[in-house]
Design a protein around this ligand. Sequence first.
Ligand code: MEV
Length: 317
Amino acid sequence: MVVASAPGKLVLFGEHAVVYGYPCIVTAVNRRMYVEVETNGTDVFHMDAPDVGLYAYSKTIADLGGEGLPKGVRFVEEVYRRFLDAHPQKQGINVVTRSEFSADYGFGSSSAVTVAFARALTELYKVPMSEDELFELCYESVLKVQGVGSGFDIAAAIWGGTIYFIHSPRLIERIEVKTLPLVVGYTGVKADTPTLVRMVAHRMSQKKELTIGIMEQISQITQRARVALEASDWKMLGGLMVDNHALLKKLGVSSDELERLVEAVFKVGYGAKLSGAGGGDCMIGVGKDMEAMKQGIEMAGGKVLPVELQAEGVRLE
Ligand code: MEV
């Protein structure tokens, strides 16, 4: 049996703009998805994902893929189908997944399970892959299932740490950040990333110049945020969060809940912003007084998520 795990992620800067070729900064969180795989001596793919209510899912490996698959299996099945197309095998597998975090937080459970599963497969069938090849396999699979996405979440799940990411031409650079003392607040509202990405795409088609202008400003903020992170300049980072958040608000992806939490942290800290697609999920903030920021989040109706950042990328357990 092989067990692999991969971390979730939090976007620090550049969400949405990254879909249009601008940079983003992402950090891996210390909540992981674990995937166990073993060959089963039959031609069947069998999967249990109790965290998402998927039990005893099974089909023959010749029938992998197709439309209308249950949510919990779509990414894994697509990776497996692609993997077998390139590296045919006679024996099927049993798969069990276990999550350390709720799929609701927007920590990227789909990309984490995709990466952990792909890594486990390459080990189980002894098909070595470079990290770049792993990225391609996972990114193509996620894109097939989800239709949209820049792939930064897959990069975070593979390489871990804090990453400066550009979708195309692809650039994945580790940023050396000594500490990352951020607060993370959860709004309690689950956001749907593909819907929000499509909403911004619609905006782009309607108000192209204005939207590109916003993306370019976000890109400049992201580049300055890299400098602030490398210098551990938290005041500067907070100011950049405020600016980035204002631009995301202009794009129309904030929500009442996010506004309440961001405002509460900004009052007592250096700055705050939504993190991810928007519409709900999480926000991040930075400041001197951690306790005051955490209290602010709770008083505003949010939940403080005690995560450590810059976690290790995919690994065999
Ligand atoms: C979602 O966490 C971040 C987006 O930029 C989408 C993506 O890059 O895949 C909105």
